[in-house]
Design a protein around this ligand. Structure first.
Ligand code: SF4
Length: 334
């Protein structure tokens, strides 16, 4: 399902969303209550990752700041609707000037907190000492096993140093801190992926998400040069769990049938519904809006072979853009 937009009204710019208006709580197609809010708080980032899925939205919305008042209203409204966890994202969310206050507000409301970050502010001790005790989890972006590999993909020299320092600092401040890593797999870093996973495990992270390149933003612009052929995914990905130590591995955006015996590590089986709150552009207007996702099938499709697959009700298939541009004969029914 693509992002479904639910908006009460459009008025003068900027416009409040249904989230801010305190509208009727949204109930999912199977009667479930939405528990997770993904809240975009910035549209800026010090890095320029070659695969950044947010690249186009950052270009479109970086003139529009999300104020404390707006973000606090969104958090309070969703808490009132039954949301129990807030994941802060961006851009780079830790550079929002009220980031610590946003975490404190979540604590006051009894909400769990997490952040998706490349470590920008969490690499600074004074900031990390304030933020880490207010965070339940952080998902750090790590895209290679060394500075040369990571920095080339992140587009900034020093990025590897920043993110590895941030992970280390978080574990020093709170040894039991739930640090996780997201690593995006492209043609450029596929062969180093097992070493990247081993590095993440050595830094003490408990969860490693291996994300296939999503054809969105900058990655859509470069999809032909970044998208990994299915044969190569099938060759390398099943070797990854053996390098993860005690960390849990999840594969995001990868068809289950290319994971071999590790297909139960597909994130399709471990995904929570989420409402994403962020800016959206409409003719003459910018709206801070809600996008509800009840299944992890955004931008995915099944191919004819999936029709006889026992897993097709659980596996969300392959990216539709991939199926249009590359061979999919490696997809084999289970
Ligand atoms: S054949 Fe299709 S449904 Fe089955 S695991 Fe592969 S991609 Fe998923």
């Amino acid at each position: 399902m693509n992002r479904a937009r639910h908006r009460l009204a459009l008025a003068a710019q900027p416009v409040q969303s249904d989230a801010e208006a305190g509208a009727t709580p949204w109930i999912g197609p199977d009667g479930q209550v939405m528990r997770r809010l993904e809240l975009h708080v910035t549209w800026h980032c010090p890095e320029r990752c070659v695969f950044c899925s947010e690249d186009h939205r950052m270009q479109a919305f970086n003139p529009f700041a999300a104020t404390w008042g707006r973000l606090a209203r969104v958090i309070r409204t969703h808490a009132g609707r039954g949301v129990q966890a807030v994941h802060f994202t961006g851009g780079e969310p830790t550079i929002h000037p009220r980031f610590i206050d946003l975490l404190r507000l979540c604590r006051q409301l009894g909400l769990r907190t997490s952040v998706g970050t490349i470590g920008t502010m969490l690499a600074r001790p004074a900031f990390a000492e304030q933020a880490v005790p207010l965070l339940d989890e952080a998902l750090f972006s790590l895209h290679g096993p060394d500075a040369a590999a990571h920095d080339a993909l992140a587009g900034r020299e020093g990025s590897f140093e920043t993110v590895t320092r941030a992970i280390t600092l978080a574990k020093q401040i709170a040894p039991g801190f739930r640090a996780a890593v997201n690593t995006v797999v492209t043609r450029r870093n596929l062969e180093q992926l097992p070493d990247t996973v081993a590095l993440a495990a050595s830094l003490g992270v408990g969860l490693i998400i291996v994300s296939n390149t999503t054809p969105e933003g900058a990655a859509a612009d470069r999809y032909a040069e970044l998208a990994v052929p299915l044969d190569d995914l099938a060759r390398v990905l099943p070797t990854v769990p053996g390098r993860a130590g005690s960390a849990i591995i999840r594969f995001f955006g990868v068809p289950m049938c290319v994971l071999g015996e590790h297909r139960m590590l597909s994130n399709d089986l471990h995904w929570d519904p989420r409402v994403t709150a962020e800016w959206a552009r409409h003719p003459g207007r910018v709206v801070f809006d809600d996008f509800y996702n009840w299944r992890p099938d955004r931008k995915r499709t099944h191919v004819p072979a999936c029709g006889s697959c026992e897993m097709s009700a659980l596996c969300t298939g392959v990216y539709a853009e991939f199926a249009e541009r590359f061979p999919t004969d490696r997809l084999r029914p289970i």
